[in-house]
Ligand binder design. Structure first.
Ligand code: ATP
Ligand code: MG
Length: 235
Protein backbone atom coordinates (compact mmCIF):
# COMPACT_ATOMS: atom_id res chain seq x y z
CA UNK A 1 0.00 0.00 0.00
CA UNK A 2 1.25 3.52 -0.75
CA UNK A 3 1.89 6.05 2.04
CA UNK A 4 -0.71 8.37 0.52
CA UNK A 5 -4.12 8.21 2.13
CA UNK A 6 -5.74 10.32 -0.58
CA UNK A 7 -4.35 10.77 -4.03
CA UNK A 8 -6.20 12.76 -6.55
CA UNK A 9 -5.29 13.42 -10.17
CA UNK A 10 -6.81 15.45 -12.95
CA UNK A 11 -10.04 16.02 -11.02
CA UNK A 12 -12.78 18.01 -12.69
CA UNK A 13 -16.12 18.92 -11.17
CA UNK A 14 -19.02 21.24 -12.01
CA UNK A 15 -22.44 21.52 -10.39
CA UNK A 16 -25.24 20.99 -12.96
CA UNK A 17 -25.70 24.06 -15.14
CA UNK A 18 -22.68 25.84 -13.63
CA UNK A 19 -19.16 26.56 -14.89
CA UNK A 20 -16.36 24.20 -13.85
CA UNK A 21 -15.72 24.78 -10.14
CA UNK A 22 -12.77 22.47 -9.55
CA UNK A 23 -9.92 21.59 -11.90
CA UNK A 24 -7.20 20.04 -9.76
CA UNK A 25 -4.22 18.43 -11.52
CA UNK A 26 -2.98 16.66 -8.42
CA UNK A 27 -3.27 16.54 -4.66
CA UNK A 28 -2.02 14.10 -2.05
CA UNK A 29 -2.71 13.70 1.66
CA UNK A 30 -0.31 11.44 3.53
CA UNK A 31 -1.30 8.96 6.20
CA UNK A 32 -1.37 10.64 9.60
CA UNK A 33 -0.88 14.10 8.11
CA UNK A 34 -2.84 17.11 9.37
CA UNK A 35 -3.71 19.60 6.62
CA UNK A 36 -5.28 23.03 6.89
CA UNK A 37 -7.26 24.02 3.77
CA UNK A 38 -8.47 27.56 3.30
CA UNK A 39 -10.25 29.56 0.62
CA UNK A 40 -12.91 32.24 0.30
CA UNK A 41 -16.59 31.49 0.69
CA UNK A 42 -17.95 29.83 -2.44
CA UNK A 43 -14.53 28.70 -3.71
CA UNK A 44 -15.45 25.01 -3.52
CA UNK A 45 -14.02 23.74 -0.23
CA UNK A 46 -17.14 21.89 0.90
CA UNK A 47 -17.61 20.55 -2.63
CA UNK A 48 -14.07 19.14 -2.62
CA UNK A 49 -14.67 17.49 0.77
CA UNK A 50 -17.86 15.94 -0.63
CA UNK A 51 -15.90 14.53 -3.56
CA UNK A 52 -13.22 13.09 -1.27
CA UNK A 53 -15.88 11.53 0.92
CA UNK A 54 -17.61 10.05 -2.14
CA UNK A 55 -20.80 12.07 -1.57
CA UNK A 56 -20.44 13.75 -4.95
CA UNK A 57 -18.97 12.13 -8.04
CA UNK A 58 -16.22 13.72 -10.10
CA UNK A 59 -16.92 14.50 -13.72
CA UNK A 60 -13.43 13.41 -14.72
CA UNK A 61 -10.20 12.31 -13.10
CA UNK A 62 -9.25 9.99 -10.33
CA UNK A 63 -9.74 10.04 -6.54
CA UNK A 64 -8.09 7.24 -4.62
CA UNK A 65 -8.67 6.74 -0.92
CA UNK A 66 -6.61 3.96 0.69
CA UNK A 67 -5.64 2.84 -2.83
CA UNK A 68 -9.31 2.38 -3.73
CA UNK A 69 -10.51 4.26 -6.81
CA UNK A 70 -13.79 5.83 -5.65
CA UNK A 71 -15.18 6.14 -9.19
CA UNK A 72 -14.89 2.35 -9.62
CA UNK A 73 -17.40 1.70 -6.82
CA UNK A 74 -21.18 1.59 -7.18
CA UNK A 75 -23.09 4.29 -5.27
CA UNK A 76 -23.93 1.82 -2.49
CA UNK A 77 -20.39 0.50 -2.22
CA UNK A 78 -19.07 4.05 -2.14
CA UNK A 79 -21.36 4.95 0.78
CA UNK A 80 -20.18 1.89 2.61
CA UNK A 81 -16.54 2.65 1.92
CA UNK A 82 -17.04 6.21 3.10
CA UNK A 83 -18.55 5.31 6.45
CA UNK A 84 -15.91 2.60 7.02
CA UNK A 85 -12.96 4.90 6.45
CA UNK A 86 -14.06 8.52 6.85
CA UNK A 87 -15.30 10.52 9.83
CA UNK A 88 -16.97 13.75 8.84
CA UNK A 89 -17.56 16.83 11.00
CA UNK A 90 -19.99 18.90 8.94
CA UNK A 91 -20.10 22.66 8.70
CA UNK A 92 -23.46 22.60 10.57
CA UNK A 93 -22.54 19.51 12.70
CA UNK A 94 -25.65 17.66 11.35
CA UNK A 95 -26.49 15.94 14.62
CA UNK A 96 -29.86 14.19 14.65
CA UNK A 97 -31.72 16.46 17.07
CA UNK A 98 -34.19 13.88 18.40
CA UNK A 99 -31.52 11.27 19.16
CA UNK A 100 -29.50 11.24 22.36
CA UNK A 101 -25.86 12.25 22.51
CA UNK A 102 -24.87 8.59 22.79
CA UNK A 103 -26.99 7.57 19.79
CA UNK A 104 -25.50 10.35 17.70
CA UNK A 105 -21.93 9.38 18.55
CA UNK A 106 -22.58 5.69 17.88
CA UNK A 107 -24.33 6.25 14.54
CA UNK A 108 -21.33 5.35 12.32
CA UNK A 109 -21.05 2.01 14.12
CA UNK A 110 -24.59 1.14 13.03
CA UNK A 111 -23.64 1.65 9.41
CA UNK A 112 -20.14 0.20 9.56
CA UNK A 113 -19.30 -3.17 11.03
CA UNK A 114 -15.63 -2.29 10.67
CA UNK A 115 -15.96 0.80 12.86
CA UNK A 116 -18.14 -1.02 15.39
CA UNK A 117 -15.55 -3.78 15.73
CA UNK A 118 -12.64 -1.34 15.97
CA UNK A 119 -14.49 0.67 18.65
CA UNK A 120 -15.28 -2.48 20.62
CA UNK A 121 -11.75 -3.84 20.25
CA UNK A 122 -10.18 -0.67 21.56
CA UNK A 123 -12.63 0.18 24.35
CA UNK A 124 -14.44 -3.07 25.20
CA UNK A 125 -17.77 -2.02 23.69
CA UNK A 126 -19.23 0.63 21.40
CA UNK A 127 -20.93 2.25 24.42
CA UNK A 128 -17.61 2.45 26.24
CA UNK A 129 -15.94 3.92 23.15
CA UNK A 130 -18.57 6.66 22.94
CA UNK A 131 -18.25 7.52 26.63
CA UNK A 132 -14.44 7.54 26.50
CA UNK A 133 -14.27 9.73 23.40
CA UNK A 134 -16.75 12.22 24.84
CA UNK A 135 -14.72 12.28 28.05
CA UNK A 136 -11.51 12.99 26.11
CA UNK A 137 -13.31 15.81 24.35
CA UNK A 138 -14.38 17.31 27.65
CA UNK A 139 -18.01 16.19 27.93
CA UNK A 140 -19.25 14.50 31.06
CA UNK A 141 -21.07 11.15 31.12
CA UNK A 142 -24.31 12.74 32.36
CA UNK A 143 -24.78 14.27 28.90
CA UNK A 144 -24.91 10.87 27.19
CA UNK A 145 -28.68 10.44 27.56
CA UNK A 146 -29.58 14.04 26.70
CA UNK A 147 -31.20 14.94 23.38
CA UNK A 148 -28.63 16.42 21.01
CA UNK A 149 -30.68 19.57 20.47
CA UNK A 150 -30.59 20.38 24.19
CA UNK A 151 -26.81 21.01 24.07
CA UNK A 152 -24.92 24.24 23.60
CA UNK A 153 -23.17 24.82 20.27
CA UNK A 154 -19.74 24.07 21.76
CA UNK A 155 -21.07 20.82 23.24
CA UNK A 156 -22.70 19.84 19.94
CA UNK A 157 -19.39 20.40 18.22
CA UNK A 158 -17.71 17.94 20.56
CA UNK A 159 -20.44 15.38 19.96
CA UNK A 160 -19.94 15.83 16.20
CA UNK A 161 -16.20 15.28 16.68
CA UNK A 162 -16.74 12.13 18.77
CA UNK A 163 -19.07 10.80 16.06
CA UNK A 164 -16.40 11.44 13.42
CA UNK A 165 -13.69 9.74 15.50
CA UNK A 166 -15.49 6.65 16.80
CA UNK A 167 -14.16 3.39 15.35
CA UNK A 168 -10.90 5.01 14.16
CA UNK A 169 -11.56 5.98 10.54
CA UNK A 170 -8.31 6.60 8.63
CA UNK A 171 -9.54 10.00 7.45
CA UNK A 172 -11.18 12.72 9.53
CA UNK A 173 -12.68 15.57 7.55
CA UNK A 174 -13.68 18.72 9.41
CA UNK A 175 -15.54 21.43 7.52
CA UNK A 176 -15.26 24.74 9.37
CA UNK A 177 -16.20 23.18 12.71
CA UNK A 178 -14.92 25.98 14.92
CA UNK A 179 -16.63 29.04 13.49
CA UNK A 180 -19.09 29.25 16.39
CA UNK A 181 -16.35 29.22 19.05
CA UNK A 182 -14.20 31.97 20.52
CA UNK A 183 -10.45 31.94 19.83
CA UNK A 184 -9.39 30.14 23.03
CA UNK A 185 -12.06 27.46 22.65
CA UNK A 186 -11.08 26.93 19.01
CA UNK A 187 -7.49 26.17 19.80
CA UNK A 188 -8.40 23.96 22.75
CA UNK A 189 -10.84 22.00 20.58
CA UNK A 190 -8.22 21.60 17.87
CA UNK A 191 -5.66 20.25 20.34
CA UNK A 192 -8.19 17.63 21.44
CA UNK A 193 -8.95 16.74 17.85
CA UNK A 194 -5.22 16.42 17.05
CA UNK A 195 -4.63 14.20 20.08
CA UNK A 196 -7.46 11.85 19.09
CA UNK A 197 -6.37 11.72 15.44
CA UNK A 198 -2.76 11.03 16.46
CA UNK A 199 -3.81 8.22 18.79
CA UNK A 200 -5.90 6.63 16.03
CA UNK A 201 -3.27 7.26 13.33
CA UNK A 202 -5.86 9.23 11.35
CA UNK A 203 -5.18 11.97 8.83
CA UNK A 204 -7.03 15.23 9.38
CA UNK A 205 -8.26 17.45 6.59
CA UNK A 206 -9.51 20.65 8.18
CA UNK A 207 -11.23 23.50 6.38
CA UNK A 208 -11.38 26.96 7.92
CA UNK A 209 -11.36 30.65 7.14
CA UNK A 210 -9.42 31.28 10.35
CA UNK A 211 -5.84 31.69 9.16
CA UNK A 212 -4.56 31.93 12.75
CA UNK A 213 -5.13 28.16 13.15
CA UNK A 214 -2.92 27.24 10.18
CA UNK A 215 0.31 27.20 12.21
CA UNK A 216 -0.99 24.26 14.26
CA UNK A 217 -1.06 21.91 11.24
CA UNK A 218 1.62 19.89 9.44
CA UNK A 219 0.73 21.69 6.21
CA UNK A 220 -1.40 24.62 5.15
CA UNK A 221 -2.81 25.09 1.68
CA UNK A 222 -5.08 27.52 -0.16
CA UNK A 223 -7.57 25.78 -2.44
CA UNK A 224 -6.64 28.29 -5.18
CA UNK A 225 -3.08 26.86 -5.16
CA UNK A 226 -4.50 23.50 -6.24
CA UNK A 227 -7.37 24.61 -8.39
CA UNK A 228 -6.80 25.78 -11.97
CA UNK A 229 -10.47 26.79 -12.15
CA UNK A 230 -10.03 29.32 -9.32
CA UNK A 231 -11.06 32.86 -10.25
CA UNK A 232 -8.35 35.57 -10.07
CA UNK A 233 -10.03 36.98 -6.95
CA UNK A 234 -9.42 33.67 -5.13
CA UNK A 235 -5.71 33.47 -5.92
N1 ATP B 1 -25.67 21.30 -3.84
C1 ATP B 1 -25.28 22.27 -4.69
N2 ATP B 1 -25.93 22.46 -5.85
C2 ATP B 1 -25.54 23.43 -6.73
N3 ATP B 1 -24.50 24.27 -6.49
C3 ATP B 1 -23.82 24.13 -5.36
C4 ATP B 1 -24.17 23.13 -4.39
N4 ATP B 1 -23.32 23.22 -3.34
C5 ATP B 1 -22.49 24.23 -3.63
N5 ATP B 1 -22.78 24.79 -4.84
C6 ATP B 1 -22.05 25.91 -5.48
O1 ATP B 1 -20.68 25.58 -5.59
C7 ATP B 1 -19.86 26.70 -5.26
C8 ATP B 1 -18.92 26.30 -4.14
O2 ATP B 1 -19.66 26.00 -2.96
P1 ATP B 1 -19.00 25.36 -1.66
O3 ATP B 1 -20.09 25.10 -0.69
O4 ATP B 1 -18.17 24.20 -2.08
O5 ATP B 1 -18.05 26.56 -1.20
P2 ATP B 1 -17.19 26.73 0.14
O6 ATP B 1 -15.80 27.07 -0.30
O7 ATP B 1 -17.35 25.56 1.02
O8 ATP B 1 -17.87 28.03 0.80
P3 ATP B 1 -18.07 28.41 2.38
O9 ATP B 1 -16.72 28.90 2.84
O10 ATP B 1 -19.09 29.51 2.31
O11 ATP B 1 -18.55 27.21 3.10
C9 ATP B 1 -20.81 27.84 -4.92
O12 ATP B 1 -20.92 28.67 -6.05
C10 ATP B 1 -22.12 27.16 -4.62
O13 ATP B 1 -23.20 27.95 -4.98
MG1 MG C 1 -18.25 25.27 2.89
Amino acid sequence: MSSALISLSNLGFAWPGQAELLDIPSFTLQRGETLFLKGPSGSGKTTLLGLLGGVQQARRGSIRLLDQELGALSAGARDHFRVDHTGYIFQQFNLLPFLSVRENVELPCHFSRLRASRAAQRHGSVDAAAATLLGHLGLTAELLGRRADSLSIGQQQRVAAARALIGQPELVIADEPTSALDADAREAFLQLLFAECREAGASLLFVSHDQSLARLFDRSLALAELNRAATPAEV
